[in-house]
Design a protein around this ligand. Structure first.
Ligand SMILES: NC(=O)c1ccc[n+]([C@@H]2O[C@H](COP(=O)([O-])OP(=O)(O)OC[C@H]3O[C@@H](n4cnc5c(N)ncnc54)[C@H](OP(=O)(O)O)[C@@H]3O)[C@@H](O)[C@H]2O)c1
Length: 353
């Protein structure tokens, strides 16, 4: 293919052609507030209920965000007027909270990552398939207009053969943040590492080989992790994630035909530049950096899939989510990072799965 002269247009779903689903929120915390705000501002989707392990927290969220019904525990799952549950709890609650919603017959959108590890992710996939409900990881980056354009460019071969992906996401957090807590599966990998790993595996597929280097922090969580991935045909990914401090968060996809650069934070709304290798052409994608306002695209996509009778997304498939987890599992294995739920005693307590 010759180098493109124009960028393709992003394919945005028509709001009027997707069903208005009734959403219930599980885990009324930081991201849930931004998600509900985005849905209310930009979609016809209806947020009708919220649940929390603490009924007062659910009630306060409902009042603050204008959500009609609030529940303590998991009572929301018995509400027949909830079609889909957005699981926005901390990582080690994704499996139990999503499983309960699936078993109640609800469609489920689970915050990233899908689960703590690929084994948990497969349990969720199998449960959703058995129950016939839609399940997707809320990997919102994949649904941004920017990434739709990037996917079209890659599918059209605009970059030629892609040889290299370089991506990083590091962020500083205060000592009280949940990411610092070993008992909440803290460390950068699940919160931040998901983004560079998902980009690399999305572009270059399953790696043949993974080499990881890391370093721990006081308190027992991993502080940073660098990963080298070798893919078929000699392609490589160079990835980094950290909670030791802010890093630029840029991403580069480089091929025999050109280079695509996404300035940090690469996974959020914003610009990118596509440059031909002979430097004859440079195309720039511009997009407002309105960050969490664009959390709504994934919800519209989910509604569209449900309207089409799908139980899995063609954009962020469960295999995509599982591959991300498998890569992170291997990096953690090399660095001896074991979450509490993965300790042998935890398995004994949980019983056979
Ligand atoms: N898409 C994005 O850009 C983005 C950004 C930030 C976070 N996230 C993801 O969203 C999820 C939640 O993150 P967040 O920052 O919103 O979390 P958060 O505000 O700290 O907590 C969310 C919910 O998790 C439960 N929770 C919090 N602390 C807990 C604890 N110590 N023990 C047990 N449960 C606890 C609570 O649910 P109950 O009220 O039911 O107890 C709480 O409402 C994570 O998967 C994270 O990776 C995504």
């Amino acid at each position: 293919m010759t180098f493109p002269r124009h960028l393709p247009r992003p394919r945005i779903l028509d709001q009027d052609r997707v069903p208005r689903l009734r959403w219930g929120i599980a885990g009324p915390g930081w991201i849930a507030e931004r998600f509900v705000s985005a849905l209310k501002a930009h979609t016809h989707q209806q947020v009708v209920a919220v649940q929390s392990s603490d009924p007062a927290r659910a009630r306060a969220f409902a009042e603050r965000m204008g959500v009609p019904r609030s529940f303590g525990g998991r009572d929301m799952l018995a509400d027949p007027e909830v079609d889909v549950v957005y699981v926005a709890t901390v990582h080690n609650r994704h499996l139990p909270d999503a499983l309960a919603a699936i078993e109640a017959g609800k469609h489920v959108l689970v915050e990233k990552p899908l689960a703590l590890n690929a084994g948990e992710g497969r349990r969720l996939r199998d449960a959703a398939r058995e129950r016939g409900v839609f399940l997707m990881e809320a990997y919102w980056a994949d649904f941004l207009p920017k990434f739709d354009v990037i996917r079209q460019l890659l599918a059209d071969g605009a970059l030629g053969d892609v040889r290299t992906v370089i991506a990083d996401h590091g962020e500083w957090f205060g000592p009280d943040h949940r990411i610092m807590r070993a008992d909440l599966a803290g460390g950068p990998m699940l919160d931040l590492g998901t983004y560079p790993v998902a980009l690399a595996t999305g572009v270059l597929g399953r790696p043949d080989r993974i080499v990881a280097a890391g370093g721990d922090m006081p308190g027992g969580v991993n502080g940073q992790c660098s990963m080298l991935l070798s893919h078929s045909g000699g392609a490589q990914s160079v990835l980094h994630t950290s909670i030791l401090g802010h890093t630029p968060g840029d991403a580069t996809i480089s091929g025999t035909g050109g280079m695509l650069t996404v300035p940090g934070r690469f996974y959020t709304p914003g610009p990118f530049t596509l440059t031909a290798n002979d430097l004859s052409t440079r195309l720039v994608f511009e997009e407002e950096r309105n960050h969490y306002a664009q959390l709504f695209h994934q919800a519209v996509h989910l509604a569209s899939c449900v309207g089409e009778g799908r139980i899995e997304s063609p954009v962020r498939s469960l295999d995509d989510s599982l591959l991300t987890l498998e890569v992170m599992d291997e990096a953690r294995r090399q660095l001896d990072i074991v979450f509490q739920e993965e300790q042998p005693t935890a398995h004994k307590q949980a019983g056979p799965s």
